[in-house]
Design a protein around this ligand. Sequence first.
Ligand SMILES: Nc1nc2c(c(=O)[nH]1)N[C@H]1C(S)=C(S)[C@@H](COP(=O)(O)OP(=O)(O)OC[C@H]3O[C@@H](n4cnc5c(=O)[nH]c(N)nc54)[C@H](O)[C@@H]3O)O[C@H]1N2
Ligand SMILES: Nc1nc2c(c(=O)[nH]1)N[C@H]1C(S)=C(S)[C@@H](COP(=O)(O)OP(=O)(O)OC[C@H]3O[C@@H](n4cnc5c(=O)[nH]c(N)nc54)[C@H](O)[C@@H]3O)O[C@H]1N2
Ligand code: SF4
Ligand SMILES: [Mo]
Length: 689
Amino acid sequence: MMEKVKTTCVYCGTGCQVYFKVKDGKIVDTKPVRDGFNPGHGKLCIKGWNLHEFIHHPDRLTEPMIRKNGKLEKVSWDEAINFVASKFKTIMEENPGNKKVIGCLSSAKCTNEENYVMQKFARAVLKTNSVDHCARLCHASTVVGLVAAFGSGAMTNSIDEIADSDVIYITGSNTNEQHPLIGARILEALHKGAKLVVADPRTIPLCELATDHGGIEMNQRPGTDVALMNGMMNVIINENLHDKEFIENHCENFDAFKEEILKMSPEKASEITGVPKEKIIEAARIIGNGKAVSLIYSMGITQHTTGVDNVKTCANLQMLCGNMGKWGTGVNPLRGQQNVQGACDLGALANVFSGYQKVIEADKREKMAKEWGINVNDMDDQIGLTVVEMMNAAHDGELKALYVMGENPMVSDPDINHVREGLKKTFLVVQDIFPTPTVELADVVLPAASFAETVGTFTSTERRIQMIRAAINPIPNTKLDWEIVGLIAKAMGYDGLIYSHPREIMDEINRTTPIYGGITWDRLLSDEKGLQWPCPDPQHPGTVYLHKDGKFSRGKGYFSAIPFKDPAELPDESYPLILSTGRILWHFHTGTMSRRSPTLHARAPEGYVEVSIEDANELKIVDGEKVKVKSRRGEIITKAKVTERVKKGIIFIPFHFKEAAANVLTNPALDPIAKIPEFKVCSAKIEKL
Ligand SMILES: Nc1nc2c(c(=O)[nH]1)N[C@H]1C(S)=C(S)[C@@H](COP(=O)(O)OP(=O)(O)OC[C@H]3O[C@@H](n4cnc5c(=O)[nH]c(N)nc54)[C@H](O)[C@@H]3O)O[C@H]1N2
Ligand SMILES: Nc1nc2c(c(=O)[nH]1)N[C@H]1C(S)=C(S)[C@@H](COP(=O)(O)OP(=O)(O)OC[C@H]3O[C@@H](n4cnc5c(=O)[nH]c(N)nc54)[C@H](O)[C@@H]3O)O[C@H]1N2
Ligand code: SF4
Ligand SMILES: [Mo]
């Protein structure tokens, strides 16, 4: 007999619901949930269909290890836990009052409960706010930009609403490949007659969909989105297509914003972006005349030194035509990892506790200290180090220890050569399910159970909290992430992280986190749709879309006047190409899971660099030829894929492949406020081998 266990997909942030088929203690198959609520409407993408394939892989880590005489050696759990605890204690004792000597990386792959536990461990036990996670490399600019504009940093509307939009502006999101089941909602809208406006430097599948359905595609130069959108808004204002009533009643700072917009004529925007002026004007008219316009974006907007500017510009555009606080509208950043929304919500960020309560505010610290049973005066009252800042501090010898739970910075962080030097100098603890290049550098390795072995909750991109259920017992000799953190805390003398079940952690989250106040374990168990935050009390039904009727979370919507700025590194004579990086349908991030899935591996077994036909001709390279790609930070060897997907002067490398890692090349320059690195633009060159 096969058992069927319902859970949530662990790849992207769409939140698709799946059944694991379990036989003799093994997960043997995955099927979509068709008989109940499912954000994917009964469908899955290829990653979802093959979700079970990595779980029982023989590479799973099952032995705690400590580096002895330069080599990782198997030890007992007790020895590993006690060793980590005593090292952390010693480092704290040797650096009294220094709150920036130990850092923690939490994980968007782990549950809400585990992220809450990790940030509590950093703050209550290690006494530091230096706890962060991959959201810093992803939507940090979204959180900062949308809080400034609206007062809340999340996707404003829900997935299903997209099907009812009559115009969709998509920029910097390769939705069909990266959020395939949200891509399906876009198709639904097109079939109902919606128009699509796509702005992406690459010719992605959405571009053809746009032009086939009477919409428009624009291939702007990477890093020029502010100029493009300001140019479009210039047309909207000059042609009187903006929503004066909405602006007057619900927004502020319009005049200063308008003054800036009037400087960016469509001619000037065309010069900066390389998009023909006529297209900018037409796109502006489609958006200006739309009734329910949804704006969708992702990494093409956020991963820039101007990430926050880009996000604020998206917010400006949607306020300008009154496309906020209504069904089918909004600013919709698609959150990437299946639980990156939750990891942010639960405080795995250097500046906020759970629910975005600021660590620099004394009353918030007092509230947490009381709940956690610690002395408020011992707490860190400053913002902690963020991901890239931790790597820099490690490099400078200031960060003495780093505890990584479920991240792989040796593949995912910018400028890997620099990261390696830093990590080698620190006491590095890595808790993962697979051996990774980061595990290879660890001083202590802690083998974790996977999501398939865990009970808990994930929060999807539409702020929906859904259950995950243990389909099997933890693989022998692995432990649950929240348990491991609790054991280290206990060994350091703190009992406040010992729980008997994740529901106890959720109870604590309900008490400390107003936006999750009413998201109780019992409600989640009984309501198959989960709940969408904000949900402040147990009677609250949850929130489908934010800022209803123009009532913004911050009061009035704030228009920012944003001038265009260049990316940090532009092509020059020695590095004449723009390198962009990102993803493909078949693989997920650093490939630890998807590359161990035989079906996915077969589709894309190796890395490559996309090169335009013109550049390939000039460099005399042919499709499939191995080439060297170089930047100021390093070089890799990979296969050339000669394609119409990229324009002359631009190359693109998917960052999934550790043996040809894009991040050897990328620029660690940061957005000054959000501290997100510029993964989407640096200069590079290609050499024939
Ligand atoms: N298959 C798969 N799906 C995933 C993931 C995965 O690894 N694999 N990862 C998940 C995660 S964590 C995330 S964050 C999301 C990311 O999802 P996406 O953001 O959709 O993915 P990316 O490939 O990083 O980049 C998106 C698009 O930005 C464009 N772009 C590049 N530069 C610019 C620019 O300057 N301006 C604009 N407007 N666009 C630009 C690229 O051409 C690309 O089409 O995907 C999630 N889903
Ligand atoms: N060049 C370039 N670099 C990028 C990006 C880009 O577009 N271009 N995008 C950035 C973005 S948006 C993101 S989100 C990051 C992602 O960066 P990372 O989060 O570092 O990448 P992942 O591969 O998702 O790493 C997750 C790790 O968690 C492990 N894991 C999985 N499940 C569990 C579990 O249950 N418990 C534990 N303890 N571990 C588990 C996996 O094996 C893996 O090693 O990459 C960033 N880096
Ligand atoms: S769309 Fe995302 S959540 Fe849905 S099956 Fe695919 S990877 Fe999983
Ligand atoms: Mo991401």
